[in-house]
Design a protein around this ligand. Structure first.
Ligand code: HAM
Length: 417
């Protein structure tokens, strides 16, 4: 019996790894430039963390979670996103939640039972950052500009930054009333799900992808008109920081996001190059979540980006494939032990190297070497054994020279590609 992978998961083979590493390296570099520190969080949590944190009415919680019972009958869920977990970890760890500002980042797999398609997976990977402890609009700007730096660093062009403010618990209720009134009077056009959302969470209707619900959106009341003075000022400041830094953005008054925890700023980085899945990164401010999940009232802001979506956007410009420093070729079976010893020493000295242990012809060994993309062939025959040398052949230029065995690793290190 042979096995296939489950729907919506991917194997990333070595040819795509340099592209993957370029993305995570750029994220790490920028996070560190902005003074964020890495946190590694578990892939599973008690289910209630997500239902409370993300919201019962969201698609993620109501339809997309991989939930199961552990052996003690407790409900666990594979994390569909990182924010709720990072908040839980922050709340549990006094050393970090006592800092006046705590900046954390994470990289890892998330799980959502969505219908798979290009750029939409059931197991996908995000890098994300969360900042706790300060409501300053400067930090909303910082988080956005950090993602912008990563996108520019990766050579991604043709994207748009959409931003909005969805207000706070002071100003949003009045908006929600107006929104309810509006949709109530157009109830017959709404899909079944949105009729339910009308009572429980009308904001979610703005996110619905069904044609009828989408068609009502254009004439719906817009949130920015309802913002209280504090939210309005915050929004103006975020925008002026962005403009001051030359970061172009477009205001989208309907950008409410698919998670319930946001307040004030929401944003998305979107592109048409991804087909149906247009966002490659998104986030916003969530000043109530820490408290909702049992912590002290703590303002927070963050974002996450989809690594597979960034892979699609950067694959046209692939980084150099991985290469091997050296491949050892020996002329006779009797020199295999000697060659294996050289291999061991080279690796200890930091040279990546390999050998074919089959003791077949040199031609067959060369063929194997060609598949490995080795920079140097290290050839060992009668002469080399007698003289304690190695013939070092540059596989690109085809130049070769004999080098004393003890000098091989220094030679390879001094001859970078
Ligand atoms: P999100 O918009 O659900 O936000 O996901 C962020 C990014 O993850 C998306 O823009 C997309 O690139 C990627 N993504 C989401 N779902 C999938 C999928 N099924 N397949 C492939 N990629 C996907 C969050 O997750 C929030 N936690 C962001 C945040 C952090 N807000 C504040 N802090």
């Amino acid at each position: 019996m042979s096995f296939t992978k489950a729907p919506g998961v991917e194997d990333i083979f070595p040819d795509r790894i340099p592209g993957w590493n370029r993305i995570t390296a750029s994220a790490r570099k920028n996070f560190e430039l902005f003074n964020f520190r890495e946190v590694i969080i578990p892939v599973m949590e008690y289910t209630e963390l997500f239902s409370r944190g993300i919201g019962d009415e969201t698609d993620i919680v109501s339809k997309e979670m991989f939930t199961f019972e552990d052996r003690g009958g407790r409900s666990l869920t594979l994390r569909p996103e990182g924010t709720a977990s990072v908040v839980r970890a922050y709340n549990e760890n006094g050393e970090y939640n006592r800092l006046s500002v705590c900046k954390l980042f994470y990289i890892g797999s998330m799980f959502r039972a969505e219908r798979p398609q290009k750029g939409r997976l059931r197991q996908f990977n995000q890098f994300g950052a969360e900042l706790f402890g300060d409501d300053s609009p400067f930090y909303d700007y910082e988080v956005i500009s950090m993602m912008n730096s990563i996108a520019l660093d990766l050579g991604i062009s043709n994207y748009e930054l959409l931003i909005n403010s969805i207000g706070c618990e002071e100003c949003r209720p009045a908006y929600l009333e107006k929104l309810k009134e509006y949709y109530q009077s157009n109830k017959s056009v709404l899909c079944e799900d949105c009729v339910k959302r009308l009572e429980k969470n009308p904001l979610r209707i703005l996110d619905c992808k069904k044609e009828g619900c989408k068609s009502l959106k254009d004439a719906a009341p817009v949130l920015p008109e309802f913002l209280c003075s504090s939210c309005a000022e915050h929004h103006v400041s975020v925008k002026s920081y962005l403009s001051g830094a030359g970061i172009a953005f477009k205001e989208d008054p309907f950008l409410v996001r698919g998670l319930d925890y946001y307040a004030k700023t929401t944003f998305e980085f979107v592109t048409t190059a991804l087909g149906g899945q247009n966002a490659f990164a998104a986030g916003g401010r969530y000043n109530k979540l820490v408290e909702i999940l049992g912590g002290k009232p703590t303002p927070a802001v963050g974002f996450a980006a989809g690594i597979e979506r960034l892979m699609i956007l950067t694959e046209a410009n692939p980084p150099a494939p991985l290469s091997l420093d050296a491949f050892i070729i020996y002329s006779d079976e009797k020199y295999f032990q000697h060659s294996a010893e050289l291999l061991r020493k080279l690796r200890m000295e930091g040279i990546s190297a390999d050998i074919d242990p089959s003791c077949k012809s040199m031609k067959s060994q060369m063929k194997k070497m060609d598949r490995e993309n080795a920079r140097f062939a290290l050839i060992i025959g009668d002469e080399e054994i007698n003289e304690k040398t190695v013939t070092v052949k540059n596989t690109a230029t085809r130049e070769q020279q004999k080098i004393s065995e003890g000098d091989v690793s220094a030679f390879i290190k001094n001859n970078k590609r």
